[in-house]
Design a binder for this molecule. Structure first.
Ligand code: FAD
Ligand code: SF4
Length: 511
């Protein structure tokens, strides 16, 4: 049987069992397509990153004598659409069976199902063999439960996979979760090693993208591309993390700093999401390193890291498949505003936003707390439509693929799902930002001031958010303290807060 196998841009799994089969009648196809580059405006580094990683994996297969058809973005026979390209290939090469790996995006899942229904040859879907869990495992785990609290799922995963456990039921160190000790501010010490970066010349790919006329955002240094685009690179980033950064990862996980784009974060998300490495490999490497260096590395550092990958990452994937396609349209707080222009040029006097957005435009990266408590926080406080927020997050970050972007953005950050992922909205005034960063020190605004032209905009926005969403959050026990503080505010002051918040929301470019 002559078989055609499709490999999508985020299915670059070297260890997939596909490659152990007898390859004689198998052809693997990769496609760079406008349907993928144009569904949202992507960061230029994201497009370059995906094309480079796909090309490297195709070369890897070719070197091992696998048959590969690689359609580049400007190839004449490339019809830029998955269905049309497949039909053409099947007709031209007389393939008798079509095989694909289950996509992680709902959009592609639907498209492939439809394509297969209309194909004249048989087809079969395979697992990607990447995640710990299957698409519907999480749904089964929470069956009959009202709240889908991540912590219970995470503990179950730890037990099932024997990760950071002393025996079948007791967690290493005696506690399941060290989140509370993962909240230090970084004040210049301990020294942060330079990231495991790269200086790749991507001018060739860049020229092709320009020639194709693909619209992108953000900037790129064409001779200094800084992201891992092969399995080798990815392993190197992972090893570097274990040796140099893990020791302080947990402590400074939530810290923010003007001079540090990456702090102690791993920069492994693009490698993981394209499947160049697997979550099991990452967790095994990090935990092995921890056990070998137990006298130097505290349990809270490794637990903080494992929780992100074994807990949050698998949890978000499960939520996505449980809640799609409705999730994509959720907007429980009925927010309607657009994102301000400064999300595309970083031109704002608010220093926290300026730095977080500038870094995102320059690196196609921001770490978790920048995404959640700076850009996400501001978007929610200014009542931005979740579609707008999703579009920006899905475009700007190199690791953004809908299953993990939308659950974090619409769910965790924007509370648009009404509390499936987060039990309370992630909003804050300037004081949290000041506590975790040095942003406020050189800001045009004064973080301690509540009202007046120089007052930190986050302050009035925060109280205004609580005030205007009282119907929604007033009964939420986790917000009792905030509401009792709001209730103590003088009505005149509250009126001024509302007024200033309205002005910030309606005239964002003035701030
Ligand atoms: P580290 O901080 O070193 O963490 C290690 C790994 O843990 C990450 O590589 C990632 O795979 C995993 N991880 C950590 N937090 C999460 C999380 N909340 N959900 C899922 N996995 C997690 N992550 C993406 O991969 N793609 C996205 O599009 C994305 N969008 C986000 C949008 C918002 C609004 C927020 C708040 C978070 C988003 N995240 C997303 C999660 C997180 O911010 C990134 O995974 C992380 O910043 C990637 O950098 P790192 O590899 O240095 O991560
Ligand atoms: Fe951001 Fe307010 Fe601090 Fe300025 S003062 S950096 S706007 S939190």
């Amino acid at each position: 049987l002559k078989i055609l196998r499709l490999i999508l841009g985020d299915q670059l799994n070297h260890h997939h069992s596909w490659y152990k089969d007898d390859q004689e009648n198998i052809t693997n196809v990769f496609m760079e397509m406008r349907q993928e580059t144009d569904y949202v405006v992507h960061h230029i580094q994201k497009v370059v990153g995906f094309f480079s990683a796909m090309r490297n994996f195709a070369d890897h297969l070719k070197e091992r004598d696998h048959q590969v058809i690689y359609m580049k973005i400007n190839d004449k026979n490339n019809q830029q659409d998955l269905g049309k390209n497949l039909e053409q290939l099947i007709a031209d090469h007389n393939f008798e069976k079509f095989e694909y790996q289950l996509p992680d995006e709902y959009r592609l899942d639907e498209q492939l199902k439809e394509i297969c229904e209309n194909l004249s040859i048989e087809s079969e879907a395979f697992d990607t063999e990447h995640f710990y869990t299957r698409r519907d495992d999480l749904e089964k785990f929470y069956e009959g439960k009202k709240q889908l609290v991540m912590e219970y799922f995470y503990r179950d995963m730890r037990k099932n996979h024997g990760i950071l456990m002393t025996n079948s039921k007791d967690p290493e160190g005696g506690k399941w979760n060290y989140d509370k000790s993962n909240r230090k501010k970084w004040d210049g010490e301990p020294e942060i090693p330079h990231e495991r970066g790269f200086r790749k010349d991507v001018s060739g790919i860049l020229e092709e993208i320009e020639k194709a006329g693909i619209k992108t955002m953000g900037s790129i240094e064409e001779k200094n591309f800084n992201w891992p685009t092969s399995r080798e690179d990815s392993l190197s980033v992972l090893n570097y993390f274990c040796k140099n950064l893990l020791v302080h990862f947990g402590d400074y996980q939530d810290a923010l700093h003007t001079d540090q784009d990456y702090l102690f974060h791993s920069r492994i998300s693009f490698s993981l999401n394209t499947k160049m490495i697997s979550p099991k490999e990452v967790i095994d490497s990090a935990t092995n390193y921890y056990y070998e260096h137990k006298d130097e590395i505290d349990i809270s550092q490794i637990e903080g890291f494992v929780r992100q990958i074994l807990g949050w990452r698998e949890y978000m994937r499960g939520i996505y498949w449980k809640e799609m396609p409705g999730y994509r349209r959720s907007n429980k707080l009925r927010n309607q505003n657009e994102l301000p222009e400064f999300y595309w040029n970083a031109e704002t006097k608010m220093n926290c936003l300026h730095h977080s957005i500038k870094g995102s435009l320059e690196n196609a990266y921001a770490h978790h707390i920048q995404r959640l408590m700076i850009t996400g926080n501001y978007a929610l406080l200014t009542e931005t439509h979740p579609d707008e927020v999703d579009k920006w997050y899905l475009g700007i970050y190199i690791d953004a693929i809908e299953w993990v972007e939308i659950t974090n953005t619409r769910g965790m950050s924007q509370f648009a799902d009404g509390g499936i992922v987060a039990t309370k909205p992630y909003v804050s005034s300037g004081s949290y930002i000041n506590k975790m960063s040095n942003y406020c020190k050189d800001c045009h605004y004064k973080v301690k001031e509540k009202l007046g032209e120089k007052a930190c905009p986050f302050n009035s926005l925060y109280w205004n958010f609580l005030d205007s969403n009282r119907d929604y959050f007033g009964d939420n026990q986790r917000m009792n303290m905030m509401y009792s503080l709001l209730d103590k505010k003088d009505p005149e002051e509250l009126e001024k807060i509302r007024k200033r918040a309205k002005r910030i929301i309606s005239h964002p470019s003035d701030f």
